[in-house]
Design a protein around this ligand. Structure first.
Ligand SMILES: Cc1cc2nc3c(=O)[nH]c(=O)nc-3n(C[C@H](O)[C@H](O)[C@H](O)COP(=O)(O)OP(=O)(O)OC[C@H]3O[C@@H](n4cnc5c(N)ncnc54)[C@H](O)[C@@H]3O)c2cc1C
Length: 464
């Protein structure tokens, strides 16, 4: 894409210094460079960030391997001779490393082709316009910035009762893959991350116990959607400890024991904690620059500007919605705002309209307002729901589980939200996300000419 010139030729280009090269930082860097800025990106570890190295990509790569195993083990249902598939842990480890390297290489090439200066090192603010970088080689350099972008991400939250050792007591960051395949994994935390790990290790053949502190798995999700996943876990032999809050972990030579507040005990070979994250804002020099924070998250306005107008924060550090997809778009928005493009009318990010997915089996995805929340708020809505069992493509795929649910405004037909449970839900939700963001109506969906046979046809039927 050609650069869009927004700077006056007689002025030197604005210097962006970006600390943290995850999806937020890299996306901001490429867009700012395209818009004519001078850009320096500081990353202490891997270009692409935790998203590529530690979170989204490796977790989804492992889930894809588990799904491939399940498909091959179900081969007889597709008219094939049955095969007995074994997990090759070393091959899996290599596959994950290969994907990470390929992603890092392509991102590094893109940044370099746009003239972004990449520094391997750790950055921190020493004043409102000054960033001190300690290169990984030990050399120290101070950069003068016109615009500073803080995009240092987050890391797993570890309670003081959890003796994390990376061997038997793990956080999500020790699991790609773990030192050995757990015989019996106890997962503490039943949010999106926790349930994905349950699915992943159950599909590899580990026995799995899930400690659920609330009354349902996925406490933030539509109860009807959560119930489908809960039933699927029970069908697959997952032990659910519902309403139990883990309080302590004991490690012995051959296993772990997790004690819960209601007296229940879970014994296993390994335990994995998935109970949220904390921002990487310590040692970032926020005080030195006068940047206000709350619980370690940088306080930002709707343009992602901090209390110091030329210092922005994006991604997990902004305390908005901790998703890689959101971090990327925030990075682009910052580049546009700092380069003056938002003088023209534009759309602010609306986090209530962000699509999200849970890569379990079946997949779960949603966007916009949920049916239960709309009822709780007393809003008038129309809800339509169609199961995948009506879909020819679902039968062809040998997987007709799940449904599409669309929430719309009964007066105008405008699509307000939706949930999809079933195969490829994470892909299909994009259609509803577009409808919600663009204010499309159910009639727009009904009158779109979708492919046949395709799972997307169910979206059109659910819109009727
Ligand atoms: C297990 C798991 C699975 C996930 N799966 C998904 C998913 O499927 N889809 C999705 O959208 N989101 C997913 N997420 C969330 C997603 O990973 C984060 O929202 C995303 O990584 C945030 O991007 P970021 O740019 O803010 O930070 P990060 O990706 O965390 O990158 C921050 C970077 O900053 C660097 N850094 C930190 N401090 C400094 C410093 N002082 N100097 C230099 N560099 C520094 C770090 O090394 C890191 O590379 C998942 C999270 C977890 C835990």
């Amino acid at each position: 894409m050609d650069p869009i010139e927004t700077t006056n030729d007689s002025q030197p280009p604005k210097h962006f210094v970006i600390i943290g090269g995850g999806p937020a930082g890299t996306n901001c860097a490429t867009h700012a460079a395209r818009l004519g800025a001078k850009v320096t990106l500081i990353e202490r570890d891997i270009v692409g960030g935790a998203a590529h190295l530690l979170d989204c990509v490796p977790s989804k790569a492992m889930i894809a391997t588990g799904s491939a195993m399940a498909t091959m083990n179900d081969a007889s249902e597709m008219g094939l001779a049955t095969v007995d598939v074994q997990l090759d842990f070393e091959a899996l480890r290599k596959r994950i490393t290969d994907i990470e390297h390929r992603l890092e290489d392509s991102m590094t090439s893109l940044l370099q082709s746009q003239g972004v200066r990449l520094i391997e090192g750790t950055g921190r603010l020493t004043g409102p316009n000054d960033v001190e970088v300690t290169h990984n080689t030990g050399e120290v350099e101070t950069l003068r910035a016109d615009i500073v972008v803080l995009s240092t991400g987050s890391r797993p939250r570890v309670p003081d009762w959890a003796p994390i050792d990376g061997q038997r007591v793990l956080t999500t960051r020790h699991a790609y893959p773990p030192p050995e395949l757990p015989k019996h994994l106890i997962v503490v935390g039943s949010g999106v991350t926790g349930v994905e790990f349950v699915h992943m290790f159950n599909s590899f053949g580990s026995e799995v116990t899930l400690v659920v502190s609330r009354r349902q798995v996925l406490p933030e999700k539509d109860p009807e959607v959560a119930a489908v996943l809960e039933q699927s876990f029970l069908d697959r032999g997952v032990n659910l400890l519902i309403g139990a809050r883990a309080e302590s972990i004991e490690v012995s030579d051959d296993g772990v024991r997790v004690a819960c507040n209601d007296g229940r005990i879970a014994d296993g070979s390994h335990v994995l904690l998935a109970i949220g994250s904390i921002p990487n804002s310590d040692n970032l020099g926020l005080d030195a620059a006068g940047v206000e924070e709350e619980w370690g998250y940088v306080k930002v306005d709707h343009n992602l500007r901090s209390s110091v107008p030329h210092i922005y924060a994006a991604g997990d550090l902004s305390g908005k919605l901790p998703l890689s997809s959101v971090a990327s778009v925030q990075g682009r928005k910052i580049a546009e705002h700092a380069m003056g493009l938002h003088a023209a009318p534009h759309r602010h990010l609306d986090y209530d309209k962000a699509a999200s997915a849970i890569f379990t089996d079946p997949e779960i995805a949603d966007v916009g307002i949920a049916e239960a929340d709309a009822f709780a708020e007393g809003r008038k809505i129309r809800v339509t729901k169609v199961p995948f069992s009506v879909s020819a493509k679902a039968l062809i795929n040998n997987d007709s589980r799940g449904f599409v649910k669309i929430v719309s405004d009964p007066a105008t037909g405008v699509v307000m939200g939706g949930s999809i449970v079933g195969r490829h839900a994470a892909e299909l939700i994009s259609v509803l996300a577009l409808a919600v963001t663009a204010g499309l109506t159910v009639r727009d969906l009904m009158e779109s000419l979708f492919v046949h046979p395709a799972l997307a046809e169910v979206l059109s039927e659910a819109a009727e």
